[in-house]
Design a protein around this ligand. Structure first.
Ligand SMILES: [Zn+2]
Length: 107
């Protein structure tokens, strides 16, 4: 028997989507990491390097690619980086049918 589950409350790390600025549990976001090889999609969430987070939503990626991502990563994105990011963006499903409009922005 493995006694792992205690009564400890797990701390869930929160991250900001650089596209829409929503703060969410890390797991529901996709990590983009800047490594010495350039920008990569970090599917494990554990790659070394400066990371930024985006939803798996095209609109967030499009916003991110317009500058928010480069800003968050504190790098200038090169042609290869955009290629990687665009490839990923294109692999995303079209805007999710279910309405996300219920969250009314405040302020
Ligand atoms: Zn987002």
């Amino acid at each position: 028997m493995v006694k792992k589950a205690g009564k400890r409350i797990k701390h869930i790390p929160q991250r900001t989507c650089v596209g829409c600025r929503q703060v969410l549990p890390k797991r529901s976001l996709i990590r983009i990491v800047h490594t010495s090889d350039g920008v990569q999609i970090d599917r494990t969430g554990k790659a070394a390097g400066r990371g930024a987070y985006l939803h798996d939503s095209r609109s967030c990626w499009e916003k991110g690619l317009k500058g928010a991502l480069a800003h968050a990563l504190k790098v200038e994105l090169g042609e290869n980086d955009y290629q990687v990011l665009h490839n990923f963006l294109n692999s995303l499903p079209d805007e999710i049918a279910q309405t996300l409009q219920e969250t009314t922005p405040q302020g």
